[in-house]
Design a protein around this ligand. Structure first.
Ligand code: WT7
Length: 362
């Protein structure tokens, strides 16, 4: 009898599997949401929740970060008492977004699950639920492997990391139903991408941390790991710290070659609409990173942009930013999944202006 509301784009696997097949196979009522979270205003999701009495609301961190920027009033305007469960998927959810989703949208009474999976896995693989009734949920953590999923973390030399409080490349040790079996027309490509890096294991391409309690936290794509003066860290960790700033809803961090440190962090940030004191914000951001992570993690550069390059499903295309910063903008690679290609020139202009200011002041 539940009304399940997954607001993903139908062309994405979350769309067909979690909007169509899953709910209908289970005899549920499924909501088809064909719009954007801002149309006609930032209350659209919550108006839909009220009108259709949605019980489970499943969305992406990118939308949560976007809506948070417009304040609580758009949420509070609508009755959300039908909600029982909230879900997040698609990218690591930063702490600020998690708490806003939980406290404001869910009125601190709904279960919020951060669910990790991939198109290739066909369904959720790591999630705080199912579990025993009322089991603890740690904010911004996917936590528990789903039935039959055996996560394994690998070190840089391809060895299985034992024990807890370790970070590594996330692999799955056993096959599962729903697992992708090939890439259409390119079986060798499938083997090379997923099965060759760590022989005997399925390699997800993601990095993860296993906490001292044995719970999993996804730290981001392995290509998004940077090495600053010998410290390896996921760009998502720095982004999570930057996102804590009340005037900064969205950030993207990339590594770039640095003469002394090997790699340095370059941060792209989006400011709330009415923020003018860019200089203070940058200073505050540096101290947040220094205190939340460490001094070495503080970005060398912070560039304010209007928006970030994103795919249609809301994932930030960090490789586009990396190309811009490493002067390879003439060769951006495949950007066909980019939501709005005009964002590239917009960021390129901001970057060139920033570079000119930098050289003028030095
Ligand atoms: C990649 C998969 C995920 C279903 C939709 C299809 C990232 C996904 C999480 C999460 C951190 C996540 C991973 C993964 N991802 N969920 N809860 N926490 N990262 O998505 O286009 O196949 O992308 O999305 O990097 O590998 P996809």
């Amino acid at each position: 009898g539940d009304v399940f509301g997954c607001v993903a784009d139908i062309g994405w696997i979350t769309g067909h599997s979690y909007v169509v097949y899953g709910p209908l196979c289970n005899g549920g009522t499924s909501v088809l949401f064909e719009s954007t979270p801002l149309y006609p205003d930032p209350g659209r999701y919550w108006e839909t929740v009220q009108r259709l009495k949605i019980n489970q609301f499943y969305g992406a961190p990118t939308a949560v970060r976007l809506l948070l920027k417009y304040g609580d009033k758009w949420v509070k305007k609508y009755d959300r008492s039908s909600l029982k469960m909230l879900g997040s998927v698609g990218e690591p959810i930063n702490h600020e977004a998690w708490h806003w989703f939980y406290n404001v949208v869910g009125d601190s009474r709904c279960t919020l699950v951060d669910t990790w999976w991939q198109t290739e896995t066909g369904g959720i693989c790591i999630s705080p639920r199912p579990s025993e009734e009322g089991a603890e949920i740690i904010p911004a953590m996917a936590m528990r492997p789903f039935f039959g999923i055996i996560p394994v973390l690998m070190d840089e030399n391809g060895r299985v990391l034992e024990g807890n409080d370790v970070s590594g490349a996330l692999c799955l040790a056993e096959p599962w139903p729903g697992m992708a079996r090939t890439i259409y027309g390119n079986h060798q490509g499938f083997i090379d991408t997923y099965l060759k890096t760590y022989p005997g294991y399925y390699f997800t391409g993601d990095g993860a941390y296993r906490s001292s309690e044995g719970y999993y936290q996804i730290t981001g794509r392995m290509d998004d790991v940077i090495n600053i003066s010998g410290h390896r860290l996921g760009t998502a960790e720095i982004e999570d710290a930057l996102d804590e700033h009340p005037d900064v809803p969205e950030t993207a961090v990339i590594g770039y070659p640095h003469e002394i440190k090997g790699e340095g962090a370059f941060a792209f940030i989006v400011l709330k609409e009415d923020v003018a004191h860019t200089k203070d914000v940058k200073e505050e951001l540096r101290s947040i990173v220094a205190s939340k992570i460490a001094k070495y993690a503080v970005p060398d550069h912070i560039l304010v942009v209007k928006r970030l390059p994103k795919t249609r499903s809301g994932k930030i295309m960090r490789r586009v930013l990396k190309k811009i910063v490493t002067n390879q903008s003439s060769n951006l690679g495949d950007i066909t999944t980019l939501d709005d290609p005009s964002v590239v020139t917009e960021i390129l202009d901001a970057y060139q202006k920033y570079k000119m200011e930098q050289s003028a002041s030095s």
